[in-house]
Ligand binder design. Structure first.
Ligand SMILES: NC(=O)c1ccc[n+]([C@@H]2O[C@H](COP(=O)([O-])OP(=O)(O)OC[C@H]3O[C@@H](n4cnc5c(N)ncnc54)[C@H](OP(=O)(O)O)[C@@H]3O)[C@@H](O)[C@H]2O)c1
Length: 250
């Protein structure tokens, strides 16, 4: 899809991957609508992209409706939707606070699904558009101490896969972009740092480039960095070996 001249709605645009993506899409010629909860950070993204913004809490269905109404009411309708907002939680699942369970499901999966549902009919009507769902390597393989986080990302991957078939005749495309570890505030916000030696964190701008690339080249599934396809592949073809290695090396 040609990004120039299109309108793109980016969730989680106030920080990390979303902010980098908003800027990358603006550089590629899109009008960017950024969304998030932090009004100051949204204003900064608006300045950086020359676009617009809508403050919304994706855990709140009423806010999603308001955000969707603002997007649907524009003279230039949204053609690109980047469902990027997400939160994490790390620790043994038996100790996970119930309110965190609700938060993760609400933002990571329900938020993306509800927003997609609200915007998709208009995108389909125009017969041109691209939905990018930001998942995670965790959603492909499952990760110890991040069981629910990984499950929300797996749900997003499977949702995207089904939706892709549904809209394939319409000119609308669906991509997933699954990052490994990215150097953002994600870990500070979830309350625990990234402690493993591998995979090494990559800058959010690299993920933003992958998202732009997925839209321009119509890629179904992007993993960034690319070498992380190897563990995903091994998990698929030889799960026993993958699990033995994962138990041993984490
Ligand atoms: N960082 C990584 O290593 C990594 C790896 C794989 C996948 N990912 C995924 O990449 C995506 C972006 O993560 P990031 O690393 O850029 O994290 P980040 O720097 O913490 O940014 C998260 C973004 O999500 C928004 N957000 C959180 N809760 C929200 C809510 N209730 N309503 C609306 N917006 C909300 C935040 O905006 P406000 O605070 O303004 O609401 C913020 O803009 C997430 O889906 C994450 O799961 C990250």
């Amino acid at each position: 899809m040609n990004i120039r001249g299109s309108t793109a709605l980016v969730t989680g645009a106030t920080a990390g991957i979303g902010r980098a993506t908003a800027i990358a899409l603006a550089r590629a010629g899109a009008h960017v609508i950024g969304t998030g909860r932090d009004p100051q950070a949204l204003a900064a993204v608006r300045d950086a992209t020359g676009g617009t913004s809508v403050t919304a809490d994706l855990a709140d269905p009423a806010d999603i409706e308001r955000l969707a109404a603002a997007a649907l009411g524009r003279a230039e309708p949204v053609e690109i939707l980047v469902n990027n907002a997400g939160i994490g939680w790390e620790g043994p699942f038996a100790a996970m606070p119930p309110d965190k369970i609700d938060d993760l499901v609400a933002v990571n999966i329900l938020g993306a699904v509800r927003l997609t549902r609200a915007l998709l009919p208009q995108i389909l009507e125009r017969g041109r558009g691209h939905i990018v769902n930001v998942a995670s390597i965790a959603g492909h393989v499952g990760v110890r101490d991040e069981a629910l986080y990984a499950a929300t990302k797996a749900a997003l991957l499977t949702f995207s896969e089904g939706l892709r078939y549904e809209v394939q005749e319409s000119g609308v495309r669906v991509s997933t972009v699954s990052p490994g570890v990215v150097d953002t505030e994600f870990f500070a916000r979830r309350g625990s740092p990234f402690r493993r030696r591998r995979p090494r964190p990559i800058p959010p701008e690299r993920v933003a480039r992958a998202i732009v690339h997925a839209i321009e080249r119509n890629r179904d599934e992007v993993v960034v960095p690319g070498w992380l396809r190897l563990p995903i592949w091994l998990h698929g073809v030889w799960p026993g070996l993958y699990r033995a290695l994962a138990r041993r090396f984490g």
